[in-house]
Design a protein around this ligand. Structure first.
Ligand SMILES: Nc1ncnc2c1ncn2[C@@H]1O[C@H](COP(=O)(O)OP(=O)(O)OP(=O)(O)O)[C@@H](O)[C@H]1O
Ligand SMILES: [Mg+2]
Length: 297
């Protein structure tokens, strides 16, 4: 296979904690003369949560699509090596990326460039990775894929705070992380761990998205199945921005399973509007961060 060899040599500068964009622009730091990874990518966003099944992939996919609709150049990396979702959610289960020289060419659909381990292995193959292999696979997605120029590159992270998350948080100059949670207490407890991981490695947290916030009944009343505003309260107590609430919607689940995400299949639904609003809030917060740092957009 041309891909995913086990390499333990670090492929990027880690002298800045991996998150200082400007310091990485071309890393001339003491002995380190490597350029920062993904230097043609303006904003790099991780979609994360300590908890599984809260809708990280769903939000990452629909966020990528909503940003692409604004005319932005967008890429999406499925960093869930053990349980990739992007091929299913984009309806690309049998697609294989082309190889250009020694690099992979990302697949592209609905204006979003895509890379996933699911494009490289058979879909029913279990992947058994050791820690260093995980890190090297992630690094390969960064350094050996022809992303070219992008306005946004979004990482859909796996649940938890393990090797993959830490490798990404430390080796990639992330603009920031978006934390996805559902409202109930058991989710919030795990999500706090992800927040503290990003804080430890100095990755800014762009805000919290509450998914599966409520279900709208036919008479228009809202049933708060998983509790009331847990994500919003969590954001407030952590001093984080709240990016919005996304309702439970059959079209979201069906869209994920059928390979046509709701932003494409139901662009005018309340759910798609909520996702779009959260996406615009992310864009707004990034501009504020850049303005505060004096970076020209
Ligand atoms: N707002 C929603 N309404 C209805 N179904 C949803 C919603 N958000 C997510 N889902 C469904 O919930 C399931 C889990 O979502 P998803 O795979 O995005 O979660 P995840 O956090 O990425 O999971 P994992 O931790 O396994 O990566 C999927 O079937 C998805 O379609
Ligand atoms: Mg996922």
């Amino acid at each position: 296979m041309t891909t995913l060899h086990d390499e333990s040599a670090p492929s990027s500068c880690s002298h800045h904690g991996g998150n200082d964009h400007s310091a990485h622009a071309s890393c001339g730091h003491h002995n380190c003369n490597q350029e920062r990874p993904l230097k043609e990518v303006k904003q790099i966003i991780a979609v994360a949560s300590g908890k599984g099944g809260v809708g990280k992939s769903t939000f990452a996919v629909n966020l990528a699509l909503t940003l692409a609709k604004t005319g932005a150049k967008v890429g999406l990396i499925d960093a869930d090596l053990y349980g990739p979702s992007i091929p299913t959610m984009f309806g690309l289960l049998d697609a294989k990326p082309e190889v250009e020289g020694k690099n992979l060419v990302p697949l592209e659909k609905w204006g979003v460039k895509l890379m996933s381990i699911g494009f490289l292995i058979e879909s029913d193959t279990a992947v058994i990775w050791r820690g260093p292999m995980v890190s090297s696979a992630v690094k390969q997605f960064i350094n050996e894929v022809e992303w070219k120029e992008l306005d946004y590159l979004i990482f859909d992270l796996p649940p938890g705070t393990g090797d993959i998350q830490i490798t990404i948080a430390q080796t990639i100059p992330l603009t920031g992380a978006i934390i996805v949670t559902t409202p109930q207490d058991v989710a919030i407890a795990d999500v706090s761990k992800a927040v503290s991981m990003f804080r430890k490695v100095n990755v800014p947290i762009l805000g919290v998205v509450e998914n599966m916030s409520y279900y709208e009944l036919p008479d228009g009343t809202k049933d708060y199945i998983f509790g009331h505003h847990g994500g919003e309260i969590f954001a407030r107590t952590q001093g984080l921005a709240f990016l919005g609430s996304i309702p439970i919607d059959r079209a979201v689940r069906e869209g994920g399973d059928s390979g046509t995400p709701c932003i494409v299949s139901h662009p005018d639904s309340a759910t798609s509007k909520a996702i779009n609003q959260a996406g615009m809030e992310v864009v707004r917060r990034i501009s504020i961060m850049e303005a505060e740092r004096g970076v020209e957009l």
